[in-house]
Design a protein around this ligand. Structure first.
Ligand SMILES: [Zn+2]
Length: 277
């Protein structure tokens, strides 16, 4: 998402508006007229990311923080439908005339923050980024927790940037049972989880995320991502495990979210099959 909207760095903001939308409004702060007033004529100087948020940096230090949540899209191209368009930033002086936020379910949020608000409103709520966290940091943060590891990996205040399907892929690659309690995991397991986190997320970023069967996720140009072709467990319930060939992928629900895993490769004893051998 961040790379997709990177071309608008250097563009100037003409206006910001909330397109007519009959759906329940998304959370937006401050009100749209205040956002428009504070951004008119200002230049976009950088596009960053904090956890699962896109941060559009403005020349005077303000930042538009877009949190897509379940179904939000940040777009330069026209949206999949006009129905769920939530924000339009009209631009000039760059390759795109617009930056859009589209959100089918409407759980996403848009906030305009001043430079001095980032630390309290964004950073204080997030753990170390998933691409930067060390195995020691991950273990230290979660080892006292009695929560299942899959649920804990989605806690953005513990480690920032892991989404539901990625948590399942990470634990499969690490050979760790998603139901295993954090306080029972060993140092080698934490190390494998941290390594798998980097591998899964780097590959997913390279392939611009996953467009699932509901078709919702699109990149900034309204094209499908490609990481769904690399899923090892996600959405494969009942199908044979690609690694051990003896287990069938199971689906369970943890914290109201689907988890997929191989009961053979991800044994609760915690030992990876390659360690048994
Ligand atoms: Zn298996």
């Amino acid at each position: 998402m961040r790379r997709g909207v990177l071309p608008i760095v250097g563009s100037r903001i003409e206006s910001v508006e909330r397109p007519p939308c009959l759906r329940r409004p998304i959370l937006m702060k401050p009100r749209i007229d205040a956002i428009d007033r504070r951004l008119q004529g200002k230049q976009i100087t950088d596009i960053g990311r904090r956890g699962k948020r896109v941060m559009v940096g403005i020349e005077d230090g303000q930042v538009i923080v877009i949190e897509p949540r379940m179904t939000g899209l940040v777009l330069l191209a026209d949206p999949p439908t006009t129905d769920h368009l939530r924000l339009r930033v009209t631009l000039s002086g760059g390759p795109s005339e617009q930056l859009l936020f589209w959100d089918r379910r409407g759980l996403g949020t848009v906030r305009l923050l001043r430079a001095n608000e980032i630390a309290t409103v964004v950073d204080a709520r997030l753990g170390v980024d998933a691409l930067q966290i060390t195995a020691d940091q991950l273990q230290t943060k979660l080892r006292a927790s009695r929560r299942p590891i899959k649920v804990a990996l989605l806690d953005q205040s513990a480690v920032a940037g892991i989404g539901n399907l990625y948590a399942a892929e990470i634990l499969y690659l690490a050979g760790v049972d998603p139901r295993a309690r954090c306080d029972r995991l060993t140092k080698p397991q934490w190390k494998r989880i941290q390594q798998a986190t980097g591998e899964v997320l780097e590959l997913a970023i390279q392939h611009e995320g996953s467009t699932l069967s509901d078709g919702t996720y699109r990149n900034a140009l309204n094209d499908a991502g490609g990481y769904q072709n690399y899923h090892r467990v996600y959405d494969r319930a009942g199908k044979p495990c690609r690694r051990c060939d003896s287990g069938d992928i199971q689906r369970i629900v943890q914290g109201q979210r689907s988890t997929f895993f191989c009961p053979v490769c991800q044994r609760k004893s915690g030992l990876h099959p390659s360690v048994h051998a």
